[in-house]
Design a protein around this ligand. Structure first.
Ligand code: NAD
Length: 240
């Protein structure tokens, strides 16, 4: 039996995680924490974190320094911060972070990296609900990083256009342009657009509702207890 604490339990993701964990026979929900429900202790349980970029580092530190494994979905934490947190873990606790827990999104990122080897001209359009705290999304940042690692050169952009309005051409991350759309009604979506001579290739993933993240979250909770150190990306656990 794996005991689980959910932090950010009253949020859009956290409440879904509470439901998903409660439905599994081998997982036991021992605490559901949110500022409105203060006072729970983080002890002897993997902690699940879907909170806010401004608070998640402190929460992770509290758990890791007590030897509690962490599964983190909150996006917006830079890699040096994650490395620093993981270095403070006690008793071999694992810090697992996934910018996206949806299996389809992980595949979309993998296919994008593969396509970038042959079609290096690429831009990312990520679309999320209008309450999202960070932009670009963690998924878009990770996709840009994977593309940068996969392609052998950064093709020259058009470079001739005049940006009539600031931001019209998006943000440049690892040499990849990212456009962030925020609208009510959306959940989490991303399209990776490749251009080549006389052709385009579009890779698109849509999380239609937040249950899409739950199989990945449950997989991570089950696998994290046997690991230690910092692990980033659901793909690191999917094939083991
Ligand atoms: P939300 O605003 O609905 O929920 C955040 C919750 O955290 C709130 O209920 C808030 O009260 C709580 N909270 C604030 N401070 C806290 C603290 N100190 N301790 C514990 N809880 C605290 O946000 P959301 O839509 O559920 O998203 C949460 C995070 O998850 C965001 O960073 C988002 O980008 C990320 N996210 C990740 C994935 C993924 O697959 N990795 C998918 C969706 C969302």
């Amino acid at each position: 039996m794996i005991t689980v604490l959910v932090s950010g339990a009253a949020g859009r993701m956290g409440s879904e995680v509470v439901r998903a964990v409660s439905a599994e026979d081998d997982l036991r929900l021992v605490a559901a924490v949110d500022p409105a429900h203060a006072g729970e202790q983080v002890q002897d349980a993997p902690g699940l974190y879907f909170t806010h970029p401004s608070v998640v580092a402190g929460n992770i530190e509290t758990a890791l320094t007590r030897g509690v494994h962490c599964v983190v979905g909150t996006t917006g934490l830079p890699m040096p911060t994650l490395e620093d947190l993981a270095a403070r873990a006690r008793d071999g606790a694992c810090l697992f972070v996934a910018p996206n827990f949806a299996i389809g999104a992980v595949l979309m990122m993998r296919f994008a990296a593969e396509a970038a080897r042959f079609m290096p001209h690429v831009e990312i359009v990520e679309l999320h609900h209008d309450r999202k705290a960070d932009a670009p999304s963690g998924t878009a940042l990770r996709t840009a990083g994977l593309i940068a690692a996969a392609r052998d050169h950064v093709p020259e952009g058009p470079g001739r256009e005049t940006e009539i309005a600031d931001g019209a051409r998006g943000a440049l991350v690892d040499g990849v342009t990212i456009h962030s759309v925020r609208l009510p009604g959306l959940v989490a979506h991303q399209e990776v657009l490749f251009g080549g001579q006389g052709q385009t290739l579009s890779l698109r993933h849509d999380s239609i509702d937040r249950t899409s993240f739950m199989p990945g979250v449950i997989l991570a909770v089950r696998k994290v207890t046997g690991r230690s150190g910092l692990i980033v990306g659901l793909e690191r656990l999917m094939e083991e």
